[in-house]
Design a protein around this ligand. Structure first.
Ligand code: AMP
Length: 396
């Protein structure tokens, strides 16, 4: 795996696929520049080498050219983050872009217009990728958020840079973190899977049963397992058609020597409402009219114990309906446990959708080892899939 640290960019033009798909407000101001900040280290390394950078990204899902999705809106913010004035080209391919790149001097940065203004980008069009490839000497992929897509700029383009292609720091860190959890991490390895449904996590569960020592199951998924084992789950979220599957997972885990930890008690509520009446209830004795919306105190103690003896930790999905304050305590407590284990030397990766939102919301972002930047890409990695954007650069 080659990264930008394996190249000197002196007098080279780096064509970098970044993920600048940032949120904009009604005045087209960037409301969260995390993704731009995340790409900064790679860009700065290239400039400090004496090279220049041509940045390409998508923004939103435009249908053809739509001004509201123009990357022009983020030129100022990108300039501010990088500390230099970034130039802008109003099309990502063609004569204007090629001339701008020819004129580009070491230390300068160009941002190209939205890749998705051309339908050929998401179609993974060869000719479009070839046009893009004219805009740099070395191709750098630093966009994990789109690494699971075989788009022109994320995967197809790599063939036009047989030896001159590499990962940026951000993407390299993502690959490294996933690798730690799935293959090279110190044991015991623990995965915590929460969220709403077994059906959306099944492929991940099946893949990680071969990789982990402990699997903690929480959130709405719990109740399908508990009901399958003969428990009473009341009105809790439950996928009746997945009960067989749940039993099969438990059996496979036992065969593979994976210890599964399910909640033993829950915060039950008499409505799906922050103001509902609540009670601590045994997980398998939830009466009708009640539903489990968060992990209970005994459960949190059990989970804490498992986490504290783990050396490698993966967290995906909340333990309860964390969007409601009264059912966020389990997710917050879990975050504290993972932060403590990390402080004691464990490696912890938080990835995929809602758990990332939860760590940010509750301020655990800098207390875990790594928070993934790519939702779908992370989930597909955990499912064991080869991501096209990674394969295209990794295969020389
Ligand atoms: P996912 O996208 O599958 O990771 O699921 C995340 C969602 O699961 C969040 O919106 C949570 O509110 C929801 N969730 C977690 N625990 C429960 C529960 N016990 N009952 C209903 N929804 C839950």
């Amino acid at each position: 795996m080659k990264t930008i640290n394996d190249f000197s960019f002196e007098n080279k033009k780096a064509l970098i696929r970044v993920d600048f798909n940032v949120p904009l407000d009604e005045n087209f101001e960037v409301t969260d520049d995390t993704r731009i900040q995340a790409a900064k280290p790679s860009i700065i390394k290239i400039l400090e080498d004496g090279g220049s950078a041509v940045l390409m990204s998508h923004l939103g899902r435009p249908k053809g050219v739509q001004d509201e999705f123009s990357l022009r809106h983020i030129v100022e913010k990108t300039s501010e983050v990088l500390g230099i004035q970034v130039k802008f080209v109003a099309d990502c391919i063609g004569a204007e872009a090629e001339t701008a790149v020819t004129d580009l001097q070491p230390g300068e940065v160009i941002l190209l217009e939205n890749l998705r203004f051309h339908a050929e980008e998401t179609a993974g069009d060869q000719e479009f990728a070839k046009q893009l490839s004219k805009l740099g000497d070395i191709y750098v992929n630093d966009a994990f958020g789109t690494a699971h897509r075989a788009h022109a700029s994320t995967a197809i383009i790599a063939q036009f840079f047989p030896d001159q292609k590499c990962f940026g720091n951000l993407l390299a860190k993502e690959i490294e973190s996933i690798d730690k959890v799935l293959s090279s991490g110190e044991k015991p390895v623990t995965a915590i899977l929460g969220g709403s449904k077994v059906s959306s996590k099944i492929t991940i569960i099946e893949n990680i049963l071969d990789k982990v020592d402990h699997l903690i199951i929480g959130g709405g998924m719990t109740y399908t397992f508990i009901k399958a084992k003969g428990g009473q789950v009341g009105d809790s979220i439950c996928e009746d058609d997945k009960q067989e599957l749940a039993l099969d997972i438990l059996k496979k885990a036992e065969e593979k020597g994976v210890q599964i930890h399910l909640p033993v008690d829950v915060i039950g509520a008499d409505a799906f409402d922050n103001e509902a009446n609540t009670d601590v209830i045994d997980v398998d004795m939830i009466p009708n009219g009640w539903q489990g919306l968060d992990a209970g105190p005994k459960t949190l103690e059990n989970f804490h114990e498992v986490i504290m003896k783990s050396k490698t930790i993966l967290w995906n999905g909340p333990l309860g309906v964390f969007e409601m304050e009264n059912f966020a305590k389990g997710t917050i407590a879990l975050g504290h446990s993972i932060a403590k284990a990390t402080e004691n030397g464990a490696f912890s990766l938080v990835g995929g959708g809602d758990s990332v939102a939860a760590v940010k919301q509750f301020g655990f972002g800098d207390k875990v080892s790594y928070v993934s930047t790519g939702g779908g890409a992370m989930l597909e990695s955990l499912e064991g899939k080869t991501l096209p954007g990674i394969a295209a650069v990794a295969n020389s």
